[in-house]
Write a protein that binds this ligand. Structure first.
Ligand SMILES: C[S@@+](CC[C@H](N)C(=O)[O-])C[C@H]1O[C@@H](n2cnc3c(N)ncnc32)[C@H](O)[C@@H]1O
Length: 316
């Protein structure tokens, strides 16, 4: 039934091209084929050619390895900019009260925590509670007081990630920081353990480039969203300006793996992170992939000249 629905959706969106498009589709101006991003057999782990199974194992290994240092390394590698991007990402989502949101590849909970803060501080009907109980902790985030915790929660948030170690770090942080009511589920973006038409919003931040078959993940996003629901993706992207690109490449390839070695004793994992960014489709190509999965009104917005981008689409 899923296959039929997926085909119908694709026929609907790409009726004139469907006969030739499905087996090997090309996305965007980069000329990358569908097989490059979601091959049946061979794929990429950074710049290395590996089988899909090997990639899945290696990616899993990377995040199991980096979990305990993940938040510190994010701050060091990006000079804290990832926080600004994530804040902006959540402000673009504009989560309203009573939202049912799924954060896939949610790792240590950065997006989920921000969504909760946003709802409670803007649209949650809890303003009085928060304003009287909000405190800042050393992490620069607000702590939600006991009074807020006792009230019914104006949101349903699920964080899903393939790495239990990342989820464990996230759950501990949620307890420390006082974020209640998040469901932490270990699962694969390519085969989500949720029913059809379940969520209002699907978010994925710095996660989708790690997934072996991006198309499958997008199909799954489409499946679990209810009609009218929205996919929002924050991911590293491609810089066009040659000078900025050169500086960015020098920093990424020379400094980041070295930083990973010094701070976390792990050069390879951080080298993979950099290479995986370069292998991810460019803005236009990824927008086409989102459309191909059946989403409408697909758009994107560059952050910091394209170092990262926010993609959005609706299941209509
Ligand atoms: C760079 S981290 C991003 C974490 C978090 N979203 C953030 O922005 O800080 C990428 C995450 O993707 C997860 N991941 C990789 N492949 C996945 C898959 N197939 N399904 C679900 N999660 C996956 C990793 O375990 C890791 O936690």
């Amino acid at each position: 039934m899923m296959l039929a629905r997926s085909l119908t959706r694709r026929l609907h969106c790409f009726a004139p091209r469907i006969a030739t498009a499905l087996p090997k589709r090309e996305y965007g101006t980069s000329g990358h084929s569908r097989e490059e991003y979601s091959s049946e057999k061979e794929t990429h782990f950074g710049y290395e050619s590996v089988s899909e199974e090997q990639k899945a194992q290696k990616v899993h290994g990377v995040f199991e390895n980096v979990a305990s240092n993940y938040d510190l390394m994010n701050d060091l590698m990006s000079g804290g900019i990832h926080r600004v991007w994530k804040d902006y990402f959540v402000s673009r989502i504009q989560p309203r009260a009573d939202i049912k949101l799924l954060d896939v590849a949610g790792g240590t909970g950065d997006i989920a925590f921000r969504i909760i803060q946003h709802i409670l501080l803007t649209d949650g009907g809890e303003k009085s509670v928060i304003s009287s109980t909000k405190r800042s902790n050393a992490d620069g985030r607000s702590e939600l007081g006991q009074e807020a915790n006792d009230r019914p929660l104006p949101y349903e948030i699920t964080v899903c990630d393939i790495s239990q170690s990342m989820l464990d770090v996230g759950q501990n942080r949620a307890e420390e920081l006082g974020y209640k009511g998040i469901s932490w589920i270990c699962g694969d973006a390519q085969k989500l353990p949720f029913p059809d038409d379940e969520f209002d919003c699907y978010t994925i931040a710095f996660g989708i480039r790690n997934v072996v078959d991006i198309e499958k993940a997008l199909d799954e996003a489409y499946r679990v969203l209810r009609p009218g629901g929205r996919i929002m993706c924050l991911e590293f992207s491609h810089v066009k300006n040659p000078l900025v690109k050169w500086v960015y490449d020098q920093y990424s390839f020379n400094i980041i793996p070295a930083m990973g070695q010094v701070v976390a004793g792990d050069w390879k994992s951080y080298q993979y992170l950099v290479e995986s960014i370069r292998r991810f489709p460019d803005q236009e190509s990824f927008k086409e992939m989102i459309e191909y999965a059946g989403f409408r009104c697909a758009t994107y917005e560059n952050l910091n000249l394209g170092i990262a981008a926010i993609h959005s689409g609706f299941k209509i």
